[in-house]
Ligand binder design. Structure first.
Ligand SMILES: O=C(O)CCC(=O)C(=O)O
Length: 264
């Protein structure tokens, strides 16, 4: 079976980006430690309950838990979402097409034994546009357990990103990786959760990043309490979209950055 290229933290970013653009996905080996993965799992746990537990649809699964609002619960999620390696990738993939990029959504996903494989899909279909040479978004899905062929490792299709020619499961490879590693895939890359045929659940923290002029999947202005946002690091606030974009979008009174004094 085909596999994804894997890079450790010392690999030059140019190699990571070249592979990501060519294959549509790469693995970042040991992006976080085992202890950090465990901490994330523990901190995200109450978010599942608050987010009415199990997903309940064919696409999101019937034996899968999902949780949003993670920054209300997890300091480690706040830290991991602005991991320098991931932001380096965002700088290369998204920054050429926008003034700043943003977190589109950050979600906990736990796939339980007996779950079916998910429909293979592209994340960027949430936007009704395609722009040649412009990636609208990418995802970083961190494995909080070891991902194996049996327990629901993310299925990823390399080399077919055609919107007109949807791939079949036999074209996909499994993002088999150690706990703490991450699979990064472009918004145009077909992927989906694998079936969990093992005896244990498989957890992940999946964060999507998108061009700053697009609407975010999770609405952080309503999802997170203002008191929570005020206490977040400035970089995280910015990544959530709490800043002006260019001259015309997202302005608000008392913007601490005030980059466009001639504007509002
Ligand atoms: O959990 C996974 O491995 C992928 C999940 C996914 O692609 C989705 O829910 O859109």
């Amino acid at each position: 079976m085909d596999s994804l290229q894997s890079f450790d933290d010392n690999a030059p970013i140019e190699r990571v980006i070249t592979a990501l653009l060519k294959d549509g996905a790469v693995i970042l080996d040991k992006l976080i430690s085992d202890d950090e993965a465990e901490q994330l799992k523990a901190e995200i746990e109450p978010a599942y309950d608050a987010f009415h537990g199990k997903a309940n649809s064919k696409f999101y699964g019937f034996k899968t838990r999902r949780a949003l609002k993670l920054f209300e619960y997890s300091n480690k999620a706040i830290e991991v979402c602005s991991h320098p390696r991931v932001l380096e990738i965002a700088d290369n993939i998204l920054l050429p097409h926008c003034d700043y990029y943003q977190i589109d959504k950050s979600v906990g996903i736990e796939i339980f034994p007996g779950e079916d494989r998910q429909a293979i899909h592209r994340d960027d279909v949430q936007y009704p546009i395609q722009m040649q040479g412009m990636n609208l978004m990418f995802s970083c899905l961190v494995a909080l357990d070891e991902f194996t062929n049996d327990n629901g490792a993310t299925l990823v299709v390399k080399n077919n990103r055609s919107i007109h020619n949807e791939p079949t499961y036999d074209q996909a490879c499994s993002a088999v990786m150690s706990k703490g590693s991450a699979v990064v895939y472009l918004g145009s890359t077909y992927h989906g959760g694998g079936s969990n045929d093992s005896l244990h659940s498989r957890s992940a923290l999946a964060t999507m990043y998108s061009l700053g002029w697009l609407r975010q999947a999770e609405n952080p202005y309503l999802s997170l309490a203002p008191q929570t946002v005020e206490k977040l690091p400035l970089r995280t606030q910015q990544l959530l979209g709490y800043r002006q974009f260019g001259k015309y979008l997202g302005h608000y009174p008392r913007d601490p950055e005030r980059r466009y004094p001639g504007g509002y």
